[in-house]
Design a protein around this ligand. Structure first.
Ligand SMILES: Cc1cc2nc3c(=O)[nH]c(=O)nc-3n(C[C@H](O)[C@H](O)[C@H](O)COP(=O)(O)OP(=O)(O)OC[C@H]3O[C@@H](n4cnc5c(N)ncnc54)[C@H](O)[C@@H]3O)c2cc1C
Ligand code: FES
Ligand code: FES
Length: 1286
């Protein structure tokens, strides 16, 4: 085969333009090429692992067999650029632009308020755009499928789905046959044009992998350091895409993508009788939930099978379905069975190094043969299965006797596991209850998992092994029932009790519907006045076209270098030595920055920027490599040799910290009444524990900063993604030992913050600034997802103990709560979080005798920090759990206990702040009413009586949320408003645009005050040079305090213009401005808001810490699958007190987005730590934030107009955080369903409240005959894979 000595040209098309790459590097991904080489920054980096969809683009390729063009979405971060030869790529920029023409997808997502921070928006647009290219009028199901691989952390998805519902290039050249070779520095990519050439190449380079979709190879190369100098691409080989239908089966080419396999199977199912398609239908079931659409478009059938991942969804089904692999090499062809030996990787039955998989043969099923597939994952969509299974049985015709049985499980070992022995022993047995019992016993014996098994969840997995078989048992009975309907004299099969029928149904993936209600503006309000109107986010259209610039979209500046951080691999150790020599020798590496390079102060004594002698957690920053490129910097980090001496103690859990008396700050305590005395007088007392796990911010834009040193006067320009630029500025100043006035921080917009970008960006800004000063070069630091998750900390995990005393009628007389949060290794915000937690713990309840105590534990984990709600969502879960416990003891419904104990009249909180609960009660009553709570409650009970394996649950939760900081100095803000001579106005203020629409709201305020249209106003960025000494945009008061400052500046300007306007009342705005300029009137003004007085005296336990409260209530209904632990969210109704909303569309977006984030906290988001303190969950594959399929099927939000007038801008209220806690209504609905299951099964003892209520927790809490039969390990006999830290 001719092999050209030099690299071939890579030719492909981007947005209709031909791209010719002369010296292409096979290691370069499409994402990096688009962003760096083509400067198409609309396509975003958020995870780099194919798991979030932020980098979605459309690829169009000619199908070699049909010769038709196929359009499909892919995640550009996993696509090697060389795989695109001859393809056409469409990015968000190619779809439409605000400067030319918007595509309807872009327009509608923005106008439906489907963008907040906008970081996910280009990916969403591209998924929808691709769908529309293929299906101009897609179905609801297709829409959900298309968006299943796209994550959004802000919106709660509802408006995105709504925009998609409103719809319900030039092309690649004909491929040539010659081999293409792309030679990079380290890797050569060879793409043969014919099968013969491919086989020749495989024989010559047997060790070279075939790179198909790269969804398995790519992540392994990135995160596990796998390296292959030669990659063989089979993309252009048409034989690998063939499909052949025969009378006994179907052969599918190994090169077909999983999306194509789905279509092929669906077609075959529609053509054949049902009995022949059992295996195909089982495969189809999993193909709907396997990964997201983009991955299914990229991943090939061959790559999937050959990867033999233990979690593979298809291999267990293919194995039980007797699939055969057709292999080919230069030597010829041969067939091997896809069986347990192949899946276990036994060399004797594996592919030879020179062989490739050409196609897969899947036989038809027969009459009396039944095949089923099962899977349970943390979320329904886009999540790897914890356990999956393929099961097949053949019964002797007309009888219940097992002729053949095969069962294979995924997720329970290092490979797919076949339960061959059990199956053999069951052959000949009748399909009945006795067989079921025996099968469960055999399966648990054969499919054994040690207590320490990687991935953890051991008892859950054991339970699923038998629960799945039970489902299969019922499914087969059900099928038999259908079969014998037509055979009157047939065998009699066991009946399935009606109560058990619900075990058969899986929860479907459904879209969300709902109504949003808010108050319209007064009919007398001027049409031009935008306040109170649902104005679209100012950047909405730019988000949708990718033209909105985020920090890392700023083009590379002259002489720029890239920085990568090096962090500790030990939880608590002395640093013995740091050897940088090998790293410094690498090409492109300029320097390694350590604490010694810091000219000023290295943070504070307790919170150092970079570790000096000792590391306090895995992820502690030790030094930072500066190199010419990101790749060079990353390679250099691996060459830095750090030797440690482990230190004792290593404290990971809250329990450890209590044992070692390891705390970050003194105890915070509030007390009222006489708790001890009250306990003496009550009818009953309950004590309990509550455990709430932590939460990762998972803002879509990871932490990033660009520091540009100037040549004069030690000035620095810092572009940073932060909620607090003044803090970055101050920290850089003290680190570099230069005055604050030399440093300017700029924030254009932030791709989500949620509290995670309040404190931490200063650390990254300061370290990058040290690098910039030392090297004299601009420095760019962009954390990759796994480092961001490892280093930055998140929400504090909590452990709480309660003792509650109450009367038999449910009146609570005394409540004593002691809680501990896991603060990690440094103080950060832990003391404040503890204070807020204690202050807010009473929630909506008036309990006369109260004692709340809280402490922040110091552990050897990365420091936890601010997170939306700031302690409230964790702490208040204890209070609400007490209510549930009281209800259970009194035999009353929880909502009755809530109502009975709620504040009713003007009163004082535990810290003696006066307030009126009128709006709280209105929200509660309206929520009861709007959700038809009482009638639905009865329906839920009826349902539960009729169904044993599925249970419904309902909960309604009230909320009193205090807004603002408990310190006066934080309640201030400034703004700067310039009017230019053409009449246009530039507004600057101290708030940062995080997606919460603060800039939109500020222009609404300025528009009303100056009485000019919003189109005459502009906000450019937040900068420390225009508005100094700002406070963090946090605590829900950003729009409020900055709005007052903008209002003040506008009023000052208007006052100056008053005489001119009076003189010429008929004049236009432009006339007045021109006249003012002529008359030497300053057209620039600073506005200032000297905000609320807030204080808290912890000695006395009294204060006035918060300017006002936001009230709300949420009601949720769920259905739980007791056999798998999965749940479905049927409906949520939220009533939120927004008073006079500045912008109801934005406020509803905040309520929905925070509710969904809260729902994630309480149901799916689970951080996993090793006993040594290593965080395992460092990406979207291991950490599951809600997806579009997790939104309640019916989701209604009402903003309640309020009669109260808070001391805020136009009596509006800050709604940024409060909705988070309302997500707990889903948690309590789940526990309500679990309690119903336990009551029915007579499980008497109470369960410990643990959040998140994951499928694992739910399944194990729904104790039954299957949980009882699993083996249990003595925890003292093994070291678990992961440990709970709360
Ligand atoms: C974000 C994400 C989510 C995922 N979710 C799921 C999920 O929910 N369920 C699930 O089961 N899987 C999931 N996966 C895994 C996915 O199914 C596999 O990565 C994929 O099927 C591998 O196919 P590929 O074409 O990308 O293989 P590649 O990465 O290209 O190759 C993988 C291996 O297969 C070999 N190979 C490829 N083709 C051939 C051939 N024709 N002959 C011989 N060898 C070949 C290669 O040499 C290589 O060793 C997920 C992956 C990602 C990235
Ligand atoms: S999927 Fe590519 S960045 Fe997340
Ligand atoms: S708008 Fe979707 S991540 Fe922010």
């Amino acid at each position: 085969m001719p092999c050209p000595p030099k690299s071939d040209d890579l030719v492909f098309f981007v947005n209709g333009r031909k791209v010719i790459e002369r010296n292409v590097d096979p290691e370069v991904t499409l994402l990096s090429f688009l962003r760096k080489n083509l400067r198409l920054t609309g396509t975003k980096y958020a995870c780099g692992r194919g798991g979030c969809g932020a980098c979605t683009v459309m690829v169009s390729k000619r199908d070699p067999l049909s010769a038709k063009i196929r359009h499909f979405s892919i995640t550009a971060c996993l696509v090697p650029i060389c795989s695109l030869y001859g393809a056409a790529v469409t990015t968000v920029e190619g779809v439409g632009s605000i400067n030319t023409r918007l595509h309807p997808v872009q327009e509608r997502i923005a106008k439906s308020h489907g963008t907040q921070c906008g970081f996910c928006t280009p990916g969403m647009v591209m998924s929808m755009y691709t769908l529309l290219r293929n299906h101009p009028q897609p179905s609801e199901e297709q829409l959900l499928e298309a968006l299943g691989g796209n994550l959004c952390r802000c919106t709660g998805y509802r408006p995105i789905l709504a925009s998609g519902r409103t719809f319900c290039v030039r092309m690649a050249e004909k491929p040539e046959k010659q081999t293409l070779i792309f030679r990079g520095e380290r890797v050569t990519w060879i793409s043969p044009g014919t099968l013969k050439d491919l086989l020749e190449l495989k024989a010559k380079h047997p060790e070279a992998p075939l790179i198909s979709g790269n969804t398995s190879l790519g992540p392994a190369m990135k995160s596990q350091g796998h390296f292959y100098p030669i990659l063989l691409s089979p993309a252009r080989i048409s034989e690998l895409s063939m499909v052949s239908k025969t009378s006994d089966g179907l052969t599918i080419g190994a090169g077909c993508s999983l999306a194509q396999v789905k279509d092929i199977l669906a077609e075959r199912v529609s053509e054949l009788p049902e009995e022949k398609t059992q295996t195909y239908r089982a495969l189809l079931k999993h193909l709907r939930s396997l990964a997201g659409q983009q991955i299914r478009n990229m991943a090939s059938l061959g790559g999937h099978i050959i990867s033999r991942h233990c979690y593979s969804d298809l291999n267990p089904i293919l194995a039980v379905g007797n699939a055969t692999l057709n292999l080919i090499s230069e030597e010829g062809t041969r067939q091997i069975p896809l069986n347990e030996h192949f899946l276990a990787g036994l060399a004797s039955v594996d592919l030879k190094p020179e062989e490739i998989l050409e196609s897969v043969y899947i036989p038809h099923s027969q009459k009396w043969e039944f095949v089923s597939a099962f899977r349970q994952a943390q979320c329904q969509q886009n999540a790897l299965a914890d356990v999956n299974a393929g099961m097949r049985v053949v019964l002797k015709e007309g009888t219940d006797t097992i002729k053949d049985l095969s069962i294979a499980y995924g997720g329970v070992g290092a490979a797919t596991v076949s339960a061959q022995k059990s199956c053999q022993q069951l052959v000949g047995r009748p399909w009945n209850e006795l067989m079921l019992e025996e099968a469960c016993r055999l399966l648990l014996e054969e499919v054994s998992l040690p207590g320490w098994a990687p991935g953890g969840k051991v008892e859950f997995k054991r339970t699923l092994v038998v629960s799945f078989f039970f489902k299969f048992y019922l499914e087969v009975l059900q099928e038999l029932k259908k079969l014998v309907k037509f055979m009157p004299d047939s065998h009699h099969y066991p009946e399935i009790s009606d109560q058990f029928l619900s075990a058969l149904e899986d929860f479907p993936i459904t879209g969300s519907q709902g109504v949003q209600r808010y108050q319209r503006v007064d009919s007398h309000q001027s049409l031009q006045d935008p306040v109170g109107r649902p104005i679209m986010h100012l950047s909405g259209l730019k988000h949708a076209t990718g033209e909105a610039i985020f920090c890392d979209d700023i083009p590379m500046v002259d002489r720029e270098l890239f920085m990568v951080l090096v962090t500790s691999t030990r939880a608590h150790a002395k640093i013995i030595s740091v050897d940088l020599s090998q790293a410094l020798d690498l090409p492109g590496v300029i320097d390694v920055i350590t604490a010694e390079d810091i000219p000023g102060t290295n943070g504070t004594e307790d919170d150092k920027l970079m570790a000096v002698d000792e590391v306090l957690c895995v992820g502690h920053i030790i030094c930072a490599v500066v190199a010419e490129t990101e790749l060079q910097a990353k390679s250099a980090t691996e060459k830095i040799k750090i030797t440690y001496e482990d230190l004792e103690p290593v404290i990971i859990t809250i329990n450890d910290a209590i044992k070692h008396n390891s705390f970050l700050c003194p105890e915070k305590k509030l007390e009222q009444g006489n708790v001890e005395e009250a306990f003496e007088k009550v009818d009953q007392i309950v004590e309990g524990e509550v455990h709430v796990g932590g939460q990762e911010h998972f803002y879509m834009e990871t932490q990033r900063v660009l520091v540009i040193p100037k040549t004069e006067d030690k000035e620095l320009d810092i572009y940073v993604s932060t909620q607090d630029p003044a803090h970055v500025q101050k920290t850089v100043s003290s680190t570099l030992n230069i005055p604050i006035n030399r440093i300017t921080c700029h924030v254009k917009r932030v791709g989500g913050g949620f509290g995670g970008k309040v404190g931490r960006p200063a650390v990254f800004g300061a370290i990058a600034a040290v690098g910039a000063i030392k090297t004299g070069h601009p420095i760019r630091l962009v954390l990759d997802r796994k480092d961001d998750m490892l280093i930055t900390g998140g929400r504090h995990p909590l452990f709480g103990k309660y003792k509650v005393g109450f009367m038999n009628n449910g009146r609570i007389k005394a409540l004593d709560i002691e809680c501990f949060v896991n603060g990690g290794c440094m103080l950060d915000d832990s003391e404040l979080v503890t204070e807020f937690l204690i202050l807010k713990l009473e929630n909506a309840y008036k309990i006369r005798n109260l004692r709340f105590r809280g402490r922040a534990c110091m552990t050897n984990l990365p420091s936890n920090t601010a997170f939306r709600g700031f302690g409230f969502p964790q702490g208040t879960l204890i209070t609400e759990s007490c209510i549930t416990a009281v209800a259970a003891k009194c035999g009353l419904l929880p909502e009755k206990i809530r109502e009975k104990n709620m504040y009713k009249t003007v009163d004082k909180t535990i810290y003696k702040q006066a307030f009126s609960p009128e709006t709280l009660i209105r929200c509660w009553n309206e929520c009861l009413d709007k959700s038809s709570f009482h009638s639905r409650r009865m329906q839920v009970e009826e349902f539960n009586k009729k169904n044993y394996w599925k249970k419904k649950g309902m909960a309604i939760i009230p909320m009193k949320f205090s807004v603002g900081f408990a310190a006066t100095s934080y309640h201030q803000a400034a703004a700067l408003v310039h009017i230019y001579t053409d009449g246009s106005v530039l507004v600057t203020h101290g708030g940062n645009e995080l997606g919460q629409g603060i800039h939109t709201k500020m222009l609404q305020v300025a528009s009303r005050e100056l009485n000019i249209p919003m189109s005459s106003l502009h906000i450019c960025e937040t900068s420390t040079a225009t508005v100094p000494n700002t406070i963090a945009t946090a605590a829900s008061i950003g729009s409020d305090v900055n709005g007052r400052a903008v209002q003040n500046a506008c009023q000052i300007l208007l006052k100056r213009l008053e005489p001119i306007i009076k003189k010429n009342p008929e004049g236009t705005w432009e006339d007045w401005i021109e006249a003012a300029f002529e008359q030497r009137i300053s057209l620039s003004a600073t506005g200032y808001f000297r905000g609320y007085k807030a204080f808290m005296d912890w000695e006395k336990g009294e204060g006035d810490p918060f300017p006002y409260y936001v009230y709300g209530a949420a009601c949720s209904e769920v259905e739980v699958d007791c056999l798998t632990g999965a749940h479905k969210k049927i409906r949520t109704d939220i009533v939120m007190d927004a008073c006079c909303s500045l912008n109801p569309a934005i406020d509803i977006g905040q309520v929905e987005g925070s509710f969904i984030q809260g729902m994630g906290l309480y149901t799916t988001e689970e951080l996993k730590y090793s006993p040594e303190g290593v965080l395992y969950s460092r990406g979207p594959d291991e950490y599951k934030i809600p997806t579009i399929a997790d939104v309640p099927e019916e989701f209604n939000v009402s903003l309640l107009p309020s009669s109260q007038t808070p001391p805020t801008i136009y009596s509006s209220k800050g709604l940024g955080e409060s909705g988070m806690f309302l997500g707990s209504s889903v948690f309590f609905a789940i526990t309500d369903a679990v309690a119903a299951a336990r009551r029915e099964r007579d499980t008497v003892e109470d369960f410990t409240v643990r959040s998140p209520a994951t499928p694992e927790w739910v399944r194990m809490a729904c104790a039954d005959r299957f949980t009882e039969m699993i083996p249990r390990d003595d925890p003292k006999t093994f070291r678990p894979w992961s440990i709970p830290i709360a």
